[in-house]
Design a protein around this ligand. Structure first.
Ligand SMILES: [Mg+2]
Length: 281
């Protein structure tokens, strides 16, 4: 069950909302993995938008502004190697982990704590030996090592944000654990380009409607920009705003989803890279 609270304003220009997940029961059955190998479906692009007026650009962070998923993939590779399962192939171990991660998102939300929990649960399910405190430390260490990785900004992001922020209002919109995401925003050096930062527990249509309402955003001049069809594109379109899909070659498998059909009046753009946003805004 989810209980939503607002953590309020921590400093000028930074407003954070967070849904707190309270664990009241064991995780529900995880969704089937039928969609995990689907590739992004490309579609006909709408006409490019000319900047004839200031727009509001909601911009995703992980794997849109900076690398994120590659660190998790490396941690998973290390975990699977450490587990060294004698019956399950690495792919089979990965499928179990994906299922456990889905369950842990429900109970623990997104972020490193949830991921560390998923690794430990997967070890318990698959290993023949018990998860001793020492083993637990090793396994969860694969996850917590991610936090120590320096932020790697994706190509041309700072100069593109500089350009966009001079023409439009930018709001950073990222999901995940509050402290983790806020820490990354701070360390990225990119915060100055944004008029606000929204850290949310989940990105669904209701979340986008809340943000649109909170900032009194006109739907026709508001865009969500990001790498995830599941979290950035489809729910934004469902909420009636526009979207720009910036594919990333290493998007997390749990974010894979076909891009929804665009319904008028929403508009959808696909750009090859973040720098290409300059051509549209
Ligand atoms: Mg992302």
């Amino acid at each position: 069950m989810r209980e939503k609270i607002s953590t309020g304003t921590t400093e000028p220009g930074i407003v954070m909302n967070k849904e707190i997940l309270t664990e009241q029961s064991r995780c529900p059955p995880s969704p089937h993995l039928a969609n995990q190998h689907q590739t992004f479906m490309m579609f006909r692009m709408s006409q490019p938008t000319k900047s004839d007026g200031a727009q509001t650009l909601l911009i995703d962070a992980d794997d849109t502004l900076w690398e994120n998923n590659i660190y998790f993939e490396r941690a998973i590779t290390s975990f699977i190697s450490f587990l060294n399962h004698h019956e399950y192939s690495p792919q089979q171990v990965r499928e179990v982990l994906d299922d456990v991660e889905r369950e842990c998102i429900v109970s623990h939300g997104y972020g490193l704590h949830s991921f560390a929990h998923a690794l430990a649960r997967t070890f318990e399910r698959l290993a023949v030996e018990p998860l001793t405190p020492a083993l637990h430390e090793t396994v969860s260490g694969f996850a917590h090592a991610i936090a120590e990785h320096p932020i790697e900004i994706l190509p041309n992001v700072p100069e593109t944000l500089q350009y966009l922020s001079g023409r439009h209002r930018l709001i950073l919109m990222t999901k995940g654990a509050l402290a983790e995401q806020f820490g990354k925003v701070e360390r990225s050096g990119l915060k100055e380009h944004f008029s606000a930062v929204e850290i949310v527990a989940e990105k669904n249509a209701a979340t986008y409607r809340e943000v649109v309402s909170k900032y009194s955003l006109p739907a026709d001049s508001t865009w969500m920009i990001g790498n995830s069809p599941k979290s950035d594109i489809n729910p934004a379109l469902a909420a009636g705003i526009n979207a720009v899909f910036v594919p990333h070659g290493d998007t997390w498998i749990l974010e894979h989803e076909e891009v929804a059909t665009v319904e008028t009046p929403s508009r959808l753009l696909v750009v090859e890279s973040f720098a290409n946003l300059r051509e549209h805004f």
